[in-house]
Write a protein that binds this ligand. Structure first.
Ligand SMILES: Nc1ncnc2c1ncn2[C@@H]1O[C@H](COP(=O)(O)OP(=O)(O)O)[C@@H](O)[C@H]1O
Ligand SMILES: O=C(OP(=O)(O)O)[C@H](O)COP(=O)(O)O
Length: 394
């Protein structure tokens, strides 16, 4: 890596601003259901603390759209982080401003301060210069250990580096190495699997992925837009109507480029978005008007698993269905098992994808679990991620 890391800087007695990706899955009561994204940063945090730094940690949770929405407070993260570090984690109720400045100025070596959700301010996602400057005031040096957010040119990821020199943490270094290696010269057949719910965000990467992979499997919420694009009626399923033309064009591009594009041929549909919903398996031409597709069906799962049998490189982001509810977890489970059983080099990324893998107990069968979903897809596309580009050169 041609970027500086925390090994290249002296942090003794300094306040270090660390951007992390603690966008962890939570249940309705606000309990963290998977803390991989927190534990993955512990080597960086412990190293800096041992070297005599104090830490000002910035993160986001969900998409509160620039408002202080209580549901998205990172207070539960502060509690879990304190347990994992075995030391007190102070909490600043606003990530910028007088109180945050006072709290960060009072930090002694070895002390840790977690800032409230950065996305409570709209300037974070807009990469506002003033906001970035306010964040920079909180520390002497910056560290980016948030690979999962490095595809976002946000203030705490990109803008802040104009006021605070920023270097890579150990997690960032590891992600760049593993994701980069696997996709630089992939052993073929190379299969990418895309699912999940962030359709408008991630459908854009497919065009470039088609130039790299031999097979592309699409499931989860992402598949519904492709199903609708083929002319089927999708009832109340999650569909990005603005992306229907793009989906149609991607189906054509896959054919032209000789990529084996696998879309679901059957679905598990439900009468509501709930764990106790009435549900059944239907063909694509039989999705009832008032129902929604919440998982791929068994025939699709079988076809996807078959396509993974002889894969040599697999990159996967986004669950095949609403795996958090048992009735809609079978598709994700089947694909996870097929990836685990193959002898491919496998990279599975994304907060919910990691949680899905752990739920089915197959995490240790994956070559690299990446903390970034969208970030690893964009890295795989060959894009320069703004959060990485902004780090100090060696
Ligand atoms: N058919 C579907 N309809 C609605 N939501 C879905 C569907 N399939 C999967 N999901 C949801 O997608 C979410 C994960 O999407 P995403 O954030 O893109 O993945 P990741 O966090 O792994 O990057 C999960 O919470 C899952 O419930
Ligand atoms: O969860 C994340 O991405 P992912 O769902 O692609 O893994 C990151 O925290 C980025 O979040 P964002 O997609 O709301 O910018």
């Amino acid at each position: 890596m041609n970027k500086k890391s925390i090994r290249d800087i002296d942090v003794a007695g300094k306040r270090v601003f660390i951007r992390v990706d603690y966008n962890v899955p939570m249940d309705k009561e606000g309990n963290i259901t998977n803390d991989t994204r927190i534990t993955a940063t512990l080597p960086t945090l412990n190293y800096l603390l041992e070297k005599g730094a104090s830490l000002v940690i910035g993160c986001h949770l969900g998409r509160p759209k620039g408002q202080p929405v209580p549901e998205f407070t990172v207070a539960p993260v502060a509690k879990r982080l304190a347990e994992l570090l075995g030391r007190e984690v102070k909490f600043a109720p606003d990530c910028v401003g007088e109180q945050a400045e006072k709290m960060s100025a009072a930090l002694k070596p070895g002390e840790v301060l977690l800032l409230e959700n950065l996305r409570y301010h709209k300037e974070e996602e807009k990469n506002g210069a003033e906001f970035a400057e306010k964040l920079a005031k909180l520390a002497d040096i910056g560290v980016n250990d948030a690979f999962g957010v490095s595809h976002r040119a946000h203030a705490s990821v990109e803008g802040v580096t104009k006021h605070l020199p920023m270097v890579a943490g150990f997690l960032m270094e590891k992600e760049i190495k593993f994701v980069g290696q696997a996709v630089a010269n992939p052993v073929r057949p190379f299969v990418a699997i895309i699912g999940g719910a962030k359709v408008s965000d991630k459908i854009g990467v497919i065009e470039n992925l088609l130039k790299k992979v031999d097979t592309l499997i699409i499931g989860g919420g992402m598949a519904n837009t492709f199903v609708a694009a083929q002319g089927y009626s999708t009832g109340k399923s999650l569909v990005e109507t603005e992306k229907l033309d793009l989906a149609k064009s991607l189906i054509v591009q896959a054919k032209e480029q000789g990529v084996n594009l696998l879309l679901p041929t059957d679905m598990v549909v439900a009468d509501k978005f709930a764990a106790d919903a009435e549900h059944k398996v239907v063909g694509l031409d039989a999705i009832p008007d008032e129902w929604m597709a919440l998982d791929i069906g068994p025939k699709s799962a079988e076809a996807f698993a078959k396509a993974l049998e002889d894969a040599k490189t697999v990159v996967w982001n986004g669950p095949m269905g609403v795996f958090e509810m048992d009735a809609f977890a079978a598709g994700t489970k089947a694909v996870a098992k097929a990836v685990a059983d193959s002898d491919a080099t496998s990279i599975v990324g994304g907060g919910d994808s990691i949680a899905a893998l752990q739920k089915v107990g197959l995490s240790d069968k994956i070559t690299h679990i990446s903390t970034g979903g969208g970030a690893s897809l964009e890295y795989l596309e060959g894009k320069v991620l703004p959060g990485i580009a902004a780090l100090q050169d060696k």
